[in-house]
Design a protein around this ligand. Structure first.
Ligand SMILES: Nc1nc2c(ncn2[C@H]2C[C@H](O)[C@@H](COP(=O)(O)OP(=O)(O)OP(=O)(O)O)O2)c(=O)[nH]1
Length: 202
């Protein structure tokens, strides 16, 4: 890597986000940002802030928290909200909550409001929001219980209580949007920015 390229930091604890960027060949450091997402989400909802703006606020908060340590670094922050018929869902606390959440989402369509921001030199230099639209089958409880047993606690790390990659594909009747955005990172717009910013080879 050329010496004058900025250090890239992903302000995230998400294994899914890290895997997407690593698979795309990005070389970066991943540092979790200690941000009280629940508090920011609750305040945004109370103020009637639209999901896309709330997701950008959360992504900014994570990037800012990490960028303070190294203003020269290019810090990537992401956030993903799940909205189904106006109701915002969060990562389930445990498997029973994952079961209840999947029962609430089955047979319905939900949006994954997925924001990504880049911060450098003390401010946001780029942002993008993608909104994949996910339509779930009206799957049976027997199917649901088999899915939960097969996947286990990892489902608590996903805002939708599912993993599209793998068995989770069987939950869906229709998907509008690209898989990296569903997994939490609008990848191609981000890579385009990184090339334009001189961080990736053109
Ligand atoms: N593996 C997988 N993960 C998914 C899928 N859909 C959503 N997710 C994950 C990506 C993110 O880790 C999480 C969205 O929640 P957040 O945006 O709050 O991120 P999280 O708290 O996990 O990490 P971060 O805030 O970036 O430190 O859900 C999927 O289909 N497969």
């Amino acid at each position: 890597m050329q010496a004058d390229l900025p250090r890239i930091v992903l302000a995230s604890a998400s294994t899914a986000r890290r895997a997407v960027l690593e698979a795309a060949g990005l070389r970066f450091e991943a540092l979790p940002a200690a941000v009280d997402e629940a508090e920011i989400k609750a305040a945004a909802q109370a103020e009637g802030i639209p999901p896309a703006d709330a997701a950008l606020m959360l992504a900014d908060a994570k990037a800012e928290r990490i960028a303070r340590r190294d203003p020269e670094a290019l810090v990537i922050g992401c956030d993903q909200l799940l909205v189904c018929e106006g109701v915002w869902f969060d990562k389930p606390a445990d498997l029973p909550a994952a079961r209840a959440q999947l029962q609430a989402l089955r047979g319905r369509t939900h949006d994954l409001v997925t924001a990504v921001v880049c911060h450098r030199h003390g401010g946001r230099v780029w942002q993008h929001v993608a909104v994949p639209r996910m339509t779930m089958r009206d799957f049976s409880n027997a199917f649901l219980d088999a899915y939960l047993a097969a996947e286990g606690e990892v489902l608590t790390r996903s805002v939708g209580a599912y993993r599209l990659e793998g068995l989770g594909a069987q939950l869906f009747a229709r998907i509008q949007g690209d898989q990296p955005a569903i997994l939490g990172v609008p990848l191609l717009p981000l890579l385009a920015f990184l090339r334009q910013h001189g961080v990736l080879a053109t």
